[in-house]
Ligand binder design. Structure first.
Ligand SMILES: *Cc1c(COP(=O)(O)O)cnc(C)c1O
Length: 241
C-alpha cells in the first residue's frame, strides 16, 4: 500500500468514478467526493486537503475538532472560497453537539428527527446562516442504521417548513455492510426513487437534487444509481491505527 503515493490513490479513485459515470451516462461533474478523514491522523487530513480534496467529512465532533481547527472550513457564507475546505458532518448528530457543529460544518448529512431540525434551525438563526441538510433515510430497515423510515419523509418535509434556516437539499443513506457491492444496489436505487417520488409529489420546495450515498466498498454502484455525493474514507485517504 505504501508503494503507491497518496496522489496515485486519489487519481485511481478518480478514474474509477469517471468510469462509473461513463457506464451510467452521467456527467463527471455531477458526482462530488467527500474525503472522510475519521480514520486518519491530523497530518494525513492536512495532506489530503493540500492535494486538492476540498470536501472533508467527519462523523464525531470530538474526533473532528483538531482537524477542523487546523484546516478551517469556509462555513456557510463563502462556500466557493478558493482552496478552502468545505466540511461535511456525516455521523449521527446529538442535539447537544449542534452548537459545536453548526457554523463550522457547511453540510449536515444526518438529519433524522424534528428535534434535531429545530436545534439546527435555532443555531443557524443565531449565526444568520442557512444550513443545507440531507435527510438520512433507513432504506434497509436494519436496526443498527440511523435514519427515518422512507414512509416518514413526506410528513417530515411538511414539518420542516417551519424551519427556514435549514435547507433540505437531498437524501442520505448507508447500505448494510456486504463484501459484495452489488448487494447495495437495491438500497441506492430505492433512495433515488424515493427522492424522485417526493419531487413528483412536490413534498419539498425547491425539489431535492442531492443523493449522498456510496462508501469505499460500494461507491461505483452508488454512482450508477445516481449518487451526487460519495463519502470515501478507507479507499481514498486510508485507515490508520
Ligand atoms: C466512515 C463513514 C464513511 C466512510 O467509510 P469508508 O468505508 O471508509 O469509505 C462514509 N459515511 C459515513 C456515514 C461514515 O461514517
Amino acid at each position: 500500500m505504501e508503494l503507491t503515493t497518496f496522489k496515485d490513490r486519489i487519481q485511481e479513485v478518480d478514474s474509477r468514478i469517471a468510469a462509473a459515470c461513463e457506464r451510467s451516462g452521467r456527467s463527471r461533474e455531477d458526482v462530488n467526493v467527500i474525503a472522510v478523514t475519521k480514520y486518519v491522523s491530523l497530518e494525513t487530513a492536512i495532506e489530503a486537503h493540500r492535494l486538492g480534496l476540498q470536501h472533508l467529512g467527519e462523523n464525531r465532533w470530538q474526533d473532528a475538532q483538531q482537524k477542523w481547527e487546523a484546516i478551517s472550513g469556509s462555513g456557510n457564507d463563502s462556500e466557493d472560497a478558493e482552496g478552502q475546505a468545505v466540511w461535511h458532518f456525516i455521523g449521527s448528530l446529538q442535539t447537544n453537539k449542534v452548537k459545536d457543529v453548526i457554523g463550522k460544518f457547511t453540510y449536515i448529512h444526518s438529519l433524522d428527527r424534528i428535534s434535531l431540525a429545530q436545534a439546527i434551525d435555532k443555531r443557524a438563526s443565531q449565526l444568520a446562516i442557512k444550513v443545507p441538510c440531507f435527510i438520512q433515510v433507513n432504506i434497509s430497515g436494519e436496526d443498527s442504521k440511523h435514519g427515518m423510515p422512507p414512509e416518514a419523509v413526506t410528513q417530515f418535509a411538511e414539518e420542516l417548513r417551519q424551519y427556514p434556516n435549514l435547507l433540505p437539499i437531498g437524501l442520505m443513506t448507508m447500505a448494510p455492510y456486504d463484501s459484495e457491492p452489488e448487494a447495495a444496489r437495491p438500497v441506492f436505487r430505492a433512495l433515488r426513487e424515493l427522492r424522485d417520488q417526493l419531487n413528483l409529489a412536490k413534498a419539498f420546495d425547491p425539489p431535492l437534487t442531492e443523493l449522498s450515498m456510496g462508501m469505499s466498498g460500494d461507491f461505483e454502484v452508488a454512482i450508477e444509481e445516481g449518487a451526487t455525493w460519495v463519502r470515501l474514507g478507507t479507499i481514498l485517504v486510508g485507515k490508520e491505527g
